[in-house]
Design a protein around this ligand. Structure first.
Ligand SMILES: [Zn+2]
Length: 320
């Protein structure tokens, strides 16, 4: 049977607006990384053995040691000592209570730093997982454990109605990826897939409401939807319990993860996931690629007195 074409529904575009405080954080991140390297070199040159200790601490823990998963499918959580200063930075800037629960997920080529308040016990055991430095409803100084408890006690009436934003408009995507997404959808149509775009942009508040309404509706509060870099796409009748639909959906998930190399990512495996519609395009400019990068950025944003801005800037305005 011939498949019908791509149908794109809905349209509630939001204008792209820079957020000053968060833009400042990205700038501070770059400056901090530079100053960290400079300070290390200066101290080493100045003081011989006595001054080599700060440089030794600044050495990178090999990212491969906390990247990807082990043979059981459990993340390689970081195994490295943290000083009390480093723990304070991770706690205050990024809500991390247990630094040994940090790892680099494989959701980008270089990985992106994530934190699991509760460690994952098996490959297909789902735990809540948060990307460090991503925008969310977390309050300054709040830990992820505290936020999870707060959100699970919330109801729709606790959110300002204007903050619960969701749209299926492609124009609400990050402008940098709109063209590529349109091309992908056109190519999928030519390949015969019957697709429906359900969601593109979703506000952090709506992401929080999904978690509050759970269980299992989301396992994060740091979504690429809030950066306009994720798309929920259903296939056929949108019911993965239907054998025919599931077969089509698996075929599309395989197809899209090979489109343009691996720009497009799905959660889990093409044939095994808790979130069938989700497709995302991570950015190498959003998220941290190493513990040291997060520490430098956290130190910079805390010393700047902008605790609420230890987050990467979305292209869309935050909704309160
Ligand atoms: Zn999604």
């Amino acid at each position: 049977m011939a498949r019908s074409g791509v149908r794109v529904t809905g349209a509630t575009a939001k204008p792209p607006v820079e957020n000053g405080m968060r833009t400042a954080f990205v700038f501070a991140l770059a400056v901090s990384a530079c100053s960290l390297a400079t300070a290390c070199g200066r101290e080493a040159n100045a003081g011989g053995m006595r001054d080599q200790a700060p440089c030794a601490r600044a050495k990178q823990t090999p990212t491969a040691s906390y990247s990807r998963t082990d043979f059981r499918g459990i993340p390689h959580y970081v195994n490295r000592p943290f000083t009390s200063d480093e723990r304070a930075i991770l706690r205050q800037a990024f809500g991390v209570v247990s630094p040994s629960h940090i790892y680099l997920s494989d959701s980008t080529t270089d990985g992106v730093l994530k934190y699991d308040p509760e460690v994952k016990p098996c490959a297909w055991c789902y735990v809540d997982s948060f990307r460090l430095g991503f925008i969310s409803v977390r309050k300054p100084g709040e830990s992820w454990d505290e936020l999870e408890r707060r959100v699970r006690g919330m109801r729709r009436s606790n959110f300002a109605p204007s903050s619960l934003v969701s749209t299926s408009s492609l124009s609400a995507l990050d402008p940098k990826i709109q063209g590529e997404v349109k091309e992908m959808l056109d190519a999928a149509h030519r390949a015969g897939f019957d697709l429906h775009v359900v969601t593109t942009y979703r506000s952090p508040q709506l992401e929080a409401l999904l978690m509050a309404e759970g269980p299992g509706r989301t396992h994060t509060l740091t979504s690429l939807h809030s950066y306009g870099r994720a798309i929920d796409i259903t296939v056929g009748d949108g019911n993965p319990s239907s054998r025919a639909t599931r077969t089509e959906w698996i075929a599309f998930r395989r197809w899209v993860t090979h489109y343009h190399g691996n720009d497009f990512r799905v959660l889990g495996a093409p044939d095994h996931t808790w979130d069938w519609p989700h497709v995302e395009l991570p950015s190498d400019k959003i998220g941290f690629r190493s513990i040291e990068q997060a520490l430098a950025a956290g130190k910079a944003c805390l010393s700047g007195g902008a605790r609420g801005a230890c987050e990467f800037a979305p292209h869309l305005p935050p909704h309160n």
